[in-house]
Every structure is written in structure tokens, then in C-alpha cells.
Design a protein around this ligand. Structure first.
Ligand code: GTA
Length: 329
């Protein structure tokens, strides 16, 4: 925890680096041509908002579509949790205005010093149509996918439509986020890179979120797993938990370790969350505990090749259209 607090300034720099990176997308029209040399604040001042895609008062997040220079972009604003180490300064260094008082109850508006009032900003630029749909609020529908549905509907769809994995390869090849790596096992068969998920600001362990990205290429999701991958999965499970214990002093009993089905990115990766933190996508309809996946493969080497798997799909997901066209829902 102390380690996390000590890294606050480093985290701030990482955020700025992320924003600087969007000025250099590899596209025909590069925003860096007009924005080179500007700092992270001016990057956002270039953002021309067109629509709020979704928002959540509970999560304190807002997903906004707009243009950065001439490119579609999604900006995600998120108010981070309050951390205990800031409380003394928050109480002594803020101004307070009374809203109402009634008997023993009173409410106030607090204006903290600017550095205690930061927001987390994520920028996706250039954002594809698929990104816009991903961040748009939509109804969800549960799909039951048989092994046959996987081969005839899902696999052809994900082969033609998936998000780019460039960010994953950048991490594995140390071209991006190398300084954020918490642990690496470089073995090409059972190795992986463990690092903070970009949804986690690393300021408090209450919402700890890391991902382990396997070095082995070609395993798209749990559907691609067989008993031959048990050494890989056990290695990620064991060494991932050990690395988190060492760095964040969180025992395995405080972790939720799982894979998504369907994932957004079809290169095998494992999510590590703090148990009490209700991360998006940790519900039973989408998350498969790594411990259960290992046991299922131990009792049936082809479990994920043969079983029906359920998962939610959002209204505008092209895969849902394919399932509808096939008369499956
Ligand atoms: N370190 O560049 C990256 C990076 N990218 C592009 C994705 N991830 C990254 N991590 C690092 N660097 O947990 C992370 C994602 C995710 C994991 C991929 O990789 O944060 P997945 O393939 O199972 O896909 O996991 P998943 O979970 O659907 O993707 P994602 O992006 O988490 O979206 C799920 C929902 O979470 C979204 O629909 C949205 O509602 C919400 N969300 C997404 N991003 C944010 C954000 N920055 N802040 C708040 N909420 C977000």
C-alpha cells in the first residue's frame, strides 16, 4: 500500500504519457502533425465532443464520443475512489460550504485542493465504430453457445471482426507499458506478463485490477483451452498470486482471478481483481474463475471444446446479429 502511495506521481506521469501517445496514432491523418509539442491538457482542449455514449452515477464514469483533430475518439472520465492517505490534507486544506442543517444532520460541498481533485481520463483515438458501440449503453441478451455454434457462428465472426491486438503485442514486446510490469515469466509456453489493467489508477488496493497476458499466441479465449494448457494456466494462477502477494501484500484469499467469455480482445489473458471490488464484467454471466477452468480441464481435457457456454451480448453487437440470423435466439 505504501508502495502505491509512493507511486502516485509516477502514475500521474503515466497518464500524461498515455495522452501524449494518442497524438501519434498510426493512421492516414496523424493528429500529431497539428498537436506535436502540446501538453496533455491541450490534447483534451482539442476534443470536440459530439455525444455522451453512456454514464453511470454509481461508477462515477462518463464515456464521451467526439473528434480529436479529425479523428473519432472516445474519452472516458472517471472519478477515482477517496484514499485514506489523503484524508488529513483533505480535511485541513479544503474549503467547506454548508448545504443544509437539520438537527444532528448536515451536508456540505467540499472544494479540495486541485491535486486531490484529479479525475482519471482514458482516451481511445482513433476509435473505430466497434469502440463506439462497445462504450454505448445498450441492452444485453444472454446467448447459449454450443460447440457447434462456436465453430459455425462465433469463430468466423471473431476472425473477421475483432479489435486489434496491437496493444497486447506492444506489452509482450516491451514497446509499451514496460515500466508498469509487476511480474514476468518469459517462458514462451507457460510464461506471461502481469501488469496493472488500464482501468486501475494504482492509488489504492481496494479496486486492485491487474491482467496477466500470456506469451503464447493463438489462444483466443477459454474456447481454445484444452488439458495441454494446464501447465500454462497453473503457472499464471500460482505465480500471479505470488507476485501480487509480494508487491501488494494481498493474499490469494482476497483475489478474484478469472477469464472473460466473450472477451473483448482475443489473446488469452487473465483478470486479477481485489475480491470486494465489483469490476465491470465480473458477474457469473461473463467471468470464469481460473480455479474452476483448471478443474474443468482436469476432469475433461476437452471441456471448453465441447460444452455449451452462456454469455451476454449487447444489442448492437454484430455477433448477436449472427446468432439471430441463425435462429439461435
Ligand atoms: N494495461 O492498453 C491497455 C489496455 N487495453 C486496451 C485494454 N486493457 C488494457 N490494459 C492495459 N493496457 O480489463 C484491459 C481492459 C480489460 C482487459 C481486456 O484489458 O481494461 P477483456 O478482453 O476481457 O475485455 O479484457 P473487457 O473486459 O470487455 O474490456 P473492457 O475494455 O474492460 O470493457 C468492459 C467495459 O468496461 C466497457 O464496456 C466499459 O463499460 C468499461 N470500461 C472500459 N474501459 C474503461 C475505463 N478506462 N474506465 C472505466 N470503465 C471502463
Amino acid at each position: 500500500m505504501t508502495d502505491i502511495v509512493a507511486k502516485r506521481d509516477a502514475g500521474r506521469e503515466e497518464n500524461e504519457e498515455l495522452l501524449r501517445d494518442i497524438k501519434r496514432p498510426k493512421t492516414d491523418k496523424d493528429p500529431s502533425e497539428t498537436m506535436e509539442g502540446s501538453d496533455s491538457r491541450s490534447v483534451l482542449s482539442e476534443f470536440k465532443m459530439s455525444k455522451v455514449l453512456s454514464e453511470s452515477a454509481r461508477e462515477k464514469t462518463m464515456f464521451i464520443h467526439g473528434k480529436l483533430v479529425d479523428q473519432d475518439a472516445v474519452v472516458i472520465l472517471e472519478k477515482p475512489p477517496i484514499t485514506e492517505d489523503t484524508l488529513t490534507e483533505l480535511f485541513s486544506g479544503s474549503t467547506l460550504a454548508l448545504d443544509m442543517k437539520n438537527d444532528i444532520y448536515s451536508t456540505y460541498r467540499l472544494q479540495p485542493p486541485p491535486h486531490l481533485n484529479e479525475m482519471k481520463v482514458t482516451v481511445v483515438c482513433p476509435a473505430s465504430e466497434k469502440h463506439l458501440k462497445k462504450y454505448q449503453r445498450q441492452e444485453s441478451y444472454l446467448v447459449e453457445e454450443t460447440a457447434e455454434d462456436y465453430s459455425s457462428i462465433t469463430l468466423p465472426y471473431i476472425e473477421s471482426q475483432s479489435f486489434s491486438l496491437q496493444w497486447v503485442y506492444n506489452i509482450l514486446e516491451k514497446k509499451a507499458e514496460a515500466e508498469r510490469i509487476v511480474y514476468e515469466d518469459p517462458d514462451p509456453d507457460v510464461g506471461f506478463v502481469l501488469l496493472p489493467d488500464f482501468k486501475w489508477n494504482q492509488k489504492q488496493v481496494d479496486d486492485l485490477y491487474l491482467i496477466a497476458i500470456v506469451h503464447q499466441k493463438g489462444i483466443r479465449s477459454i474456447r481454445g483451452l484444452t488439458a495441454e494448457h494446464l501447465p500454462l494456466l497453473k503457472n499464471v494462477f500460482q505465480k500471479g498470486k505470488e507476485a501480487i502477494m509480494k508487491k501488494y501484500e494481498l493474499p490469494a484469499s482476497k483475489l478474484r482471478v478469472y477469464l472473460h467469455y466473450q472477451p473483448s480482445y482475443y489473446h488469452l489473458h487473465v483478470h486479477f481483481n481485489m475480491l470486494g471490488y465489483e469490476a465491470l464484467g465480473c458477474g457469473v454471466e461473463r467471468a470464469h474463475l481460473l480455479g474452476d477452468v483448471i478443474q474443468n480441464l482436469q476432469s475433461n481435457p476437452d471441456y471448453y471444446k465441447s460444452h455449451t457456454l452462456s454469455f451476454p451480448l449487447r444489442a448492437e453487437d454484430g455477433l448477436l446479429t449472427k446468432f439471430r440470423e441463425a435462429g439461435k435466439i
